[in-house]
Design a protein around this ligand. Structure first.
Ligand code: GLN
Length: 454
């Protein structure tokens, strides 16, 4: 049924870069047979899933939205993909994204735009716009995203889907094509909070192949979602981040946010305002740290090891010249912009002023969170300041594009978990997201509060 639906609507949504029809059907049939034979299977066995193209999948192309990886077929699976296959979820295919996950609209993909199913003229968010659009368009019931600065949560908000960024280290990064290693985290994109909890429990947990993976087991997420669904939040203290609301937020977004605060109060939660004074500098720090790490991570795309290789048109074929020709042809503008910015921020003489200062700001933001979580159990805000903007609207203005991440970035800088749950429609008829943040390793709180709002 999902493959039929993809055939019917993906021509206009373009959520998929690759459809894995034969293998998905084979997995579905195998699961059916095993179930008929009475085998005890994972609760999600047989439920199809779409995977963001930045996650490597054995035997299936993995381009990360870049021309430089066109035609590269990874020889191995990411840990999370291994877990998905073992549990018997048919993989429907790979989803579109901004090149190397740099962007907030999926317009930086080298393979064309993805359209928001709510209005095909609008962006589906980014960088994981393909995964969110697939879930919103009913071309996948579950999807995998990655969130370095909001790329699961912001697409969730603008497509009316649920998106979760787990605690840093909560889901293995082995087999993720790295953007910024200290910020990257994979997580679920689904239609309901309970679905996200089920998927998060499946893909999460310790992985010896990722040195930043958290050794202890995940908290009980499915249980928390079920508890939250009962609608009782008495004893829960909720902090509204003063810096992440009000001015700069679209009126309809702010109204829906305040209505949800009322729902939390009605469910018995205590709602207070909390100040995080250094959040003002989060975006600036992020857009130095991310390019710095990305410039280093992307150095491996040298025209020799993976994917594209372009030889210089004339002159000697040296390693350096092949690298320059390949990277010149294979990377898009946003990637080049960030590699140049990151290389500059890391260069001798500028390192302390830019990268060093950004790291200090990062510590201040972590302290803001520590102080806030000493007072409250969870923090809340709108997920994004606006609803989905029009395709092309911010494409020529990188700063305007970056501003869309203002509410999601602090969580990545601190390594804490966050969820975006659908928060109704704004006055323009487009979906709004409600963000819940919790302390590191307390991902269960996201599910309890998120499910109570559903
Ligand atoms: N929009 C952010 C950026 O462009 C988020 C990226 C992400 O989470 N992958 O960096």
């Amino acid at each position: 049924a999902y493959l039929d639906r993809i055939a019917a609507v993906d021509g206009s949504v373009h959520a998929y870069l690759h459809v894995n029809a034969d293998e998905a059907l084979a997995t579905a049939r195998d699961v059916d047979a095993r179930r008929a034979a009475g085998e005890e299977l994972h609760p999600l066995a047989g439920v199809p899933i779409a995977v963001k193209d930045v996650v490597v999948t054995q035997g299936m192309p993995s381009t990360a939205g870049s021309k430089i990886l066109e035609g590269w077929v990874p020889p191995y699976d990411a840990t999370l993909v291994e877990k998905i296959r073992e549990a018997g979820l048919p993989i429907l295919g790979k989803t579109n994204m901004d090149e190397f996950a740099m962007g907030s609209s999926t317009e930086h993909s080298a393979y064309g735009n993805t359209h928001n199913p709510w209005d095909l003229e609008r962006i589906p968010g980014g960088s994981g716009g393909g995964s969110a659009a697939a879930v919103a368009a009913f071309t996948a019931p579950l999807a995998i995203g990655t969130d370095t600065g909001g790329s699961i949560r912001q697409p969730g908000a603008v497509t009316g889907t649920v998106g979760v960024k787990p605690t840093y280290g909560g889901v293995s990064r082995y087999g993720l094509i790295a953007l910024a290693s200290s910020l990257d985290q994979a997580g679920p994109v689904t239609r309901t909070v309970l679905d996200s909890a089920l998927l998060h429990e499946l893909i999460g947990g310790h992985d010896p192949r990722d040195s930043t993976s958290i050794p202890e087991p995940l908290p009980p997420l499915v249980e928390a979602a079920k508890q939250g669904a009962l609608g009782d939040l008495s004893g829960v203290k909720v902090g509204v981040v003063s810096q992440l609301q009000g001015e700069g937020y679209q009126a309809g977004v702010q109204t829906r946010f305040e209505e949800s605060l009322d729902l939390l109060r009605q469910a018995g939660a205590e709602v207070v305002e909390v100040s995080c004074p250094h959040f003002e500098y989060a975006l600036a720090a992020y857009y130095l740290i991310l390019p710095a790490e990305a410039s280093s991570n992307l150095a491996k795309f040298d025209g020799m090891r993976f994917g594209l290789r372009v030889e210089p048109e004339e002159g000697p074929v040296t390693a350096e010249r092949v690298m320059a020709a390949t990277r010149g042809a294979g990377f898009g503008d946003e990637v080049k912009r960030r590699v140049i910015l990151g290389t500059y921020a890391l260069s001798a003489g500028y390192y302390d002023a830019y990268y060093g200062s950004a790291q200090k700001v990062r510590t201040l933001i972590q302290r803001d969170f520590d102080e806030a979580f000493a007072q409250v159990d969870v923090l809340v805000s709108p997920t994004a300041p606006t609803t989905a903007f029009k395709l092309g609207e911010k494409l020529d203005d990188p700063l305007a594009m970056y501003l869309n991440d203002v509410a999601t970035i602090p969580a990545n800088l601190a390594g804490i978990p966050g969820i975006s749950v659908p928060n109704g429609l704004s006055d323009d008829g487009l979906p709004v997201g409600f963000q819940v943040l919790a302390p590191a390793k307390a991902d269960d709180r996201l599910y309890r509060v998120g499910a109570a709002l559903e």
